[in-house]
Design a protein. Structure first.
Length: 181
């Protein structure tokens, strides 16, 4: 398995972010309104934080009934809880629920103490991956804003209250600010 620590990881993240900027600016699938693409300044991010690349046991002792998430446009989407991860941010314990959508992929939406200040108010997402049967790899350096952060036409699930953290997660994408036009 490739080593996911140190220089390579920072480099991978840098490349990923550069590719995302190119997509946002140039791709016809970009969520940015077309008039914003020309002067798109690039997304802003926190620097890589190795402490927030979480590889943790998944606690599967969670309610079995599905959870319905509200979306930014008022519709609802159903997910099931897969399990919880527990970690610390600067000595403060935190826990996050991981969900699974109808397509089977894992989904981790969260709000934290930076939401609405340095990061998008409605929360950010990351897609964790299972490592074996009971470990999960959730790299919070890849936290990203939902498309509704750039364009209100999109419908985005809002993180349920059980995933509102009191701690700041200073990793991943910051709030999007348009270029001064």
């Amino acid at each position: 398995m490739p080593d996911h620590h140190g220089h390579d990881e920072t480099q991978e993240l840098t490349q990923f972010r550069a590719a995302k900027d190119a997509f946002m600016k140039e791709d016809e699938q970009s969520p940015l309104p077309s008039e914003e693409r020309e002067n798109f300044p690039g997304l802003s991010y926190y620097p890589y934080n190795p402490d927030l690349h979480l590889q943790l046991p998944l606690d599967r002792d969670v309610p079995a009934e599905p959870i319905t998430m509200e979306t930014s446009t008022g519709s609802r989407r159903e997910y099931r809880r897969v399990g919880k991860i527990r970690f610390e941010v600067d000595g403060t314990p935190a826990e996050l629920m991981i969900y699974q959508g109808s397509d089977g992929s894992l989904f981790l939406p969260l709000r934290d103490a930076t939401s609405g200040k340095e990061t998008y108010g409605a929360g950010r997402y990351v897609e964790p991956e299972m490592v074996g049967d009971d470990q999960v790899d959730a790299d919070l350096n890849y936290l990203y804003n939902p498309y509704c952060a750039y364009n209100e036409a999109y419908s985005c699930p809002l993180p349920p209250i059980e995933n509102w953290l009191r701690v700041p997660i200073e990793a991943g994408e910051k709030v999007y600010r348009k270029a001064d036009s």
